[in-house]
Design a protein around this ligand. Structure first.
Ligand SMILES: [Zn+2]
Length: 131
């Protein structure tokens, strides 16, 4: 559009038009077309800018998506680990003994049982296995 109006302007300048009303009209039309061409150029530059910004936002969203996906994955893994750990501890590592003094249920792991130390009740400090 810009090139075409420039060509039109050049054409008119080259034609040595007579200085009459027709020429005035032609020049006014050419001015008008040039103004439109200018505006279109500005608009398309703005559209280009907006498109570039949208692209940037798009890639930002992609990045956020990745981060969120990564965080969610990590959370899932953490949960799995916690559950596994808990199952392991409760089922395999501890035996439960009831305190003969106060009735408190005391979990003891295998190590505590093998040490032949006298395990004591954490609530009343009585020896769990008596004397
Ligand atoms: Zn006790």
């Amino acid at each position: 559009m810009k090139e075409k109006t420039a060509y039109l302007r050049g054409l008119m300048d080259g034609m040595k038009l007579p200085d009459d009303d027709n020429t005035k009209l032609l020049r006014a039309i050419a001015d008008c077309l040039e103004a439109i061409a200018d505006e279109m150029e500005t608009e398309s530059a703005r559209v280009d800018n907006i498109e570039a910004e949208l692209d940037e936002i798009d890639s930002d969203i992609d990045e956020l998506d990745e981060v969120i996906g990564f965080l969610l994955e990590e959370e899932d893994e953490d949960e799995d680990e916690d559950e596994d750990g808990e199952d392991f501890d409760w089922e395999d590592d501890f035996d439960y003994f009831t305190c003969p003094n106060c009735g408190e249920v005391v979990p003891l792991d295998e190590d505590a049982l093998q040490e032949e130390a006298d395990p004591i009740c954490p609530k009343c400090n009585a020896k769990l296995f008596g004397e």
